[in-house]
Ligand binder design. Sequence first.
Ligand SMILES: [Zn+2]
Length: 564
Amino acid sequence: MQARIFLLFLTVTQLINAQKEYPQDFFRSPMDIPIVLAGTFGELRSNHFHAGLDIKTQLRQGLPIYGIADGTVTRIKISHWGYGKALYVAHPNGYTSVYAHLKKFGPEIEAYIKKLQYQKKSYEIEVFPEYGELKIKKGDVIAYSGNTGGSSGPHLHFEIRSSVTEKPTNPLLYGYEVRDATNPTLLGLFGYPLSNDAQINGSENKLQLNFSKQADGTFLADEIKASGTIGFGVNGFDRQDMAANKNGIYSVVQKVNGKTYSAYDFETFSFAESRYINTLIDYEHFGKYRQRVQKLYKEPANKLGIYSKLYQDGKINIQDGLDYTVEILLEDFEHNQTKLVIPIKGSKVPIKSKKNISKTDHLILANKPNSFDLGGAKVYFPENVFYDNFYIDLEKGADTVKIHDNTVAAHRNFTITFDVAKYNLEDRKKMFIARLRENDNMSSYSKTYKRGNTFTTRTKTFGTYTLAKDTTPPVITPKNFKAEKWLNNYNYLSLTIADDLSGINTYSATLNGEWILMEYEPKTRTITYNFDDKILTSTKCDLKVTVIDNVGNTTILEQTFYRK
Ligand SMILES: [Zn+2]
């Protein structure tokens, strides 16, 4: 009986989704293990919404990935970061499936891409095969799961995009079964006085509001006294069954006295708008506490198309003497719901906390270009780099500029230009612009354009930038072999490559003078050659590995081994 109820429920979900014309039961699962999620579609990430599902692979790599339907490979991309090894397959029904962080591809695709890598002499590659050149059948093993690119643990990143608009859609819309009987978790509630005359509980500043769980499972906030135009924000997460991962919430609705003031969900979004996530979250709060508070009102600069309903941009005008009930509903994909009620009394109370704006000498007008000459360094912000006007904090030291802090987001690149006239040309060759990282006090190379007496870098990241010098060449260390040995039973050669300051720019290797493919995994600083590539011409093998850092310091390792 229970099974039947479950079936019925599934059918209702499928019916709702079918109404929106997402094909049901057309796509099979990309894996043959139960789908357990380490990440949901639309989940809030740094500067973007997550565009797919992160499917857990039982802490392992090398699990088969299956084509979810018949189709043709339209794109193969291999990059050190980002999606790592990624495969794009277009299906005849107008959708493209994407598989990322792969360990390797299925035999036919692997042979196809390796040939091109050898032609181009590059591990990183991007190709768009002709339609029909690499056909796949539903259920074919097209790849093996891995951890390549910007992945912090083995998993499959899986997307379904519209082939026409390239917009990613929520893969759960296609009838995949992910067990979820748990309501979203509400962690925090925040009130925002928005208009100049606004206040909440006597504060003109944002404040955290208390709430408690009621007997019926809903949450009730302590009654607040407010006046003027206010807004709310919440932070929370959703957990599915069978894993403890804190994933994203599917939809958020805010009602005021029963009327929907704002509603958004993660059915789909566009990559072009994804960075506007920085206007959806309370970015200052994120900078300070690394928690993502989702605002239930829409900022003027917010161009996200995820809203299904907006009334007064989700902002609430509170009039003195009137009572309001705000209801916030957090839902996951399976309609498990967490409800929070906020009772509001329209009433002015004496101000205890006046609006604090930290002023500096430099006011940024977001819709105008802003440039600052700090003597030795110039900072240029084109128009619309920022979402709003603000006072920017700029500090100049010796060959150093500090540009504000991580509580403000930049939507586009700005430029920092250092005057290097006082350095001789020889020194300049080994110099570059570095960004000092706050978390580990290390510095990282910021791509440096050298022109005349200036060094320029383009960035979207605030923080401290400085001129640095790197005279130390990279270090190359064989990992699984030794020189002058017989390596008959070896499947691969593996070496560690590292550079202490400016970082690795290029790496390459030859075997008896022929270029060999080294697969680079920056996370483990490892380059790997696979003997299956069969670039061997004699028993005596001369290996030559060349690594160059970002200012041109070069290290060459030459070793001989034997193999038959
Ligand atoms: Zn992912």
